[in-house]
Design a protein around this ligand. Structure first.
Ligand SMILES: NC(=O)c1ccc[n+]([C@@H]2O[C@H](COP(=O)([O-])OP(=O)(O)OC[C@H]3O[C@@H](n4cnc5c(N)ncnc54)[C@H](OP(=O)(O)O)[C@@H]3O)[C@@H](O)[C@H]2O)c1
Length: 315
């Protein structure tokens, strides 16, 4: 089989197509022909050497959507499946054309949902769900701030929060991106380059939950919170450091949760896929490229230009 791998950390050019042995499924596994995967920021960090990987050569790709090749562990040959744990699969990650994934990691892709849509749900959907509901405890009628609305995680979080009956405010860096996130259902959009978000929300009673994808904006998130608000730390798009006023944090009794590696259950991922099938949720796909162009995909993601997920497909 083919796999796009790197043998040493470095620039995107270290990603090369290699001929590698097919994975041998273990007793808990299901053998899958991978049709699509995505590029995540973690792939860039792993390739550049700033996040440790196991053994070299290494095959990136956190998600994989594909077709079951042999009946195994309750799955039938020909079924379409998704895992957001492709890196723990034998032969994985998702930049490989075949993987042997644990059956317990697999969601079934419903009719009407493409492989590209399914992988675009993958980790981003799992993270959005886990931060909104598992950790964030979002309830209908609450107000939520989702930073970076056009990101893979943000674009799904907006839609899942709206579907759950919340009021959603989000951020965008341009009018074009603001229009996009309004179409996804955001009730209010703040251009953080032109407006001070905390001031823009000052007349309101504050938000009950913040999905903090930027990190460096923690003080703004605290300022935007209602009394007893919750802030879930999801990412560091703006950097790892933040300066906070502990007095405003303390007096407002804001609960800040470190999200860690956020994953929800396979059952919840299945629910998101069903919402996609019902057209209640639309994964935002920025670009679809052949997996052989993984280096170009890495450069694109690093540029900050894409709105939504970059999907890589296996031919
Ligand atoms: N904890 C976990 O388990 C987990 C899992 C997945 C992702 N993450 C993290 O979540 C974050 C989002 O990931 P993603 O893959 O969804 O991102 P992405 O699709 O690459 O989205 C990037 C978008 O974020 C916005 N952005 C970038 N810098 C910003 C800043 N300083 N302030 C506000 N907005 C900014 C930009 O949109 P605008 O130009 O419109 O601002 C940009 O297009 C990342 O930090 C990622 O590492 C965490």
């Amino acid at each position: 089989m083919k796999a796009v791998q790197f043998s040493k950390p470095g620039d995107p050019e270290v990603l090369q197509v290699q001929e590698v042995p097919d994975p041998i499924p273990g007793p808990q596994d299901v053998l899958i022909e991978v049709k699509a995967t995505t590029v995540n920021r973690l792939d860039l960090f792993q390739r550049a050497g700033s996040r440790p990987v196991g053994q070299l050569p290494f095959t990136p790709g956190l998600e994989a959507a594909g077709v079951v090749l042999q009946d195994a562990n309750g799955f039938r040959a020909g079924e379409r499946v998704l895992t957001e744990n492709a890196q723990t699969a034998k032969g994985g990650g998702g930049y490989a054309s075949k993987i042997a994934a644990r059956a317990s990691d697999l969601a079934r892709i419903p009719d009407g949902v493409t492989f590209e849509q399914a992988v675009a749900v993958g980790l981003a959907g799992s993270t959005a769900w886990a931060s909104l509901f598992d950790l964030g405890r979002l309830k209908a009628g609450e107000r939520v701030l989702v930073w970076a609305g056009s990101s893979g995680v943000g674009s799904l979080a907006i839609q899942l929060a709206k579907h759950a009956g919340a009021w959603v405010v989000t951020t965008a860096s341009s009018e074009e991106r603001a229009d996009l996130v309004r179409k996804l259902g955001a009730d209010e959009v703040i251009n953080y380059r032109k407006q001070d978000l905390a001031k823009a929300l000052a007349g309101d009673k504050g938000v009950n939950l913040v999905l903090e994808l930027v990190g460096s904006t923690l003080q703004t998130s605290i300022d935007a919170s209602a009394v007893d608000g919750r802030v879930v730390l999801v990412g560091n798009l703006g950097g790892q450091e933040a300066t906070v006023n502990t007095q405003s944090w303390r007096l407002k009794r804001v609960h800040v949760f470190g999200g860690g590696m956020l994953h929800t259950s396979v059952q919840n991922i299945q629910q998101i896929l069903e919402l996609v099938a019902e057209k209640a949720v639309t994964p935002l796909i920025a670009r679809i490229l052949p997996v052989e162009q993984a280096a170009e995909a890495h450069r694109l993601l690093a540029s900050g230009e894409p709105q939504g997920k970059i999907v890589l497909i296996h031919s």
